[in-house]
Design a protein around this ligand. Structure first.
Ligand code: B12
Length: 156
């Protein structure tokens, strides 16, 4: 019987970034490989990403998810401005935005330790021993719900 050709569904896409001051790269490589392994197309912006670059790259082709990884201890201070800049762009208002790594120099592992991050627009703060399992669960939920928009509806 004749079967209509179905083009393969495009994979969900994630923009992977860090904060402007952070020069560490192995965290980004780890996440890049993890995300690819889960079937995501990854745009990795590399180390020391200016906020303008993150916003411009993301707005040019809005992704299904933005992941910010930072380990130099400045995340809690710098990332609220990043989140506000992302949320100020209409095309990015509802894109799921998460952050993880080592966000301060006190070694906080409580995801609620930095309320300013969620107040500024992050949907989740993924730190501590469950950070990677929580990210994997989030990726699953996004894939099942048909990419980011529905997830944003669910978490907001
Ligand atoms: C290698 C290294 C460097 C190298 C980086 C080389 C490179 N190309 O990346 C160099 C020498 C350049 C460097 C520089 C500095 N470093 Co350094 N560095 C390290 C070191 C030893 C290892 C980091 C690493 O590569 N780990 C391997 C990766 C795979 O693991 P990871 O980064 O921890 O990421 C894991 C998790 O955090 C998590 N994760 C990370 N992000 C995210 C995001 C999400 C969403 C999720 C779910 C999970 C997640 O997943 C990863 C896998 O488990 C750590 C100490 C340590 N043992 O962690 C210090 C460390 C990160 N560095 C530190 C510091 C202070 C600096 C400097 C400021 C030092 C200085 N005075 O110049 C500079 C910073 C420069 C800058 N502008 O950012 C501190 C940060 C302080 C803090 N957060 O409390 C650390 C923790 C050392 C310490 N104990 O003091 N560093």
């Amino acid at each position: 019987m004749y079967q209509r050709h179905q083009p393969p569904e495009s994979p969900p896409r994630v923009v992977l970034s860090t904060i402007p001051s952070d020069a560490h790269t192995w965290n980004l490589l780890f996440l890049h490989l993890l995300l690819e392994e889960q079937g995501w197309e990854v745009t990795n912006l590399g180390a020391c990403v200016p906020v303008d670059t993150l916003v411009t790259e993301s707005a040019a082709r809005p992704p299904d998810l933005i992941v910010v990884s930072t380990v130099n201890g400045h995340g809690a201070e710098e990332a609220p401005a990043l989140a506000r800049a992302v949320r100020a762009v209409p095309a990015l208002v509802r894109v799921p935005l998460v952050i993880g790594g080592k966000l301060d120099t006190e070694g906080s592992v409580d995801p609620d330790a930095h309320p300013a991050l969620t107040e500024a627009g992050f949907d989740a703060v993924l730190i501590g021993p469950n950070a990677v399992p929580r990210l994997l669960a989030l990726l699953d939920s996004l894939s099942q719900r048909g990419h980011g928009r529905a997830y944003a509806d669910a978490v907001r």
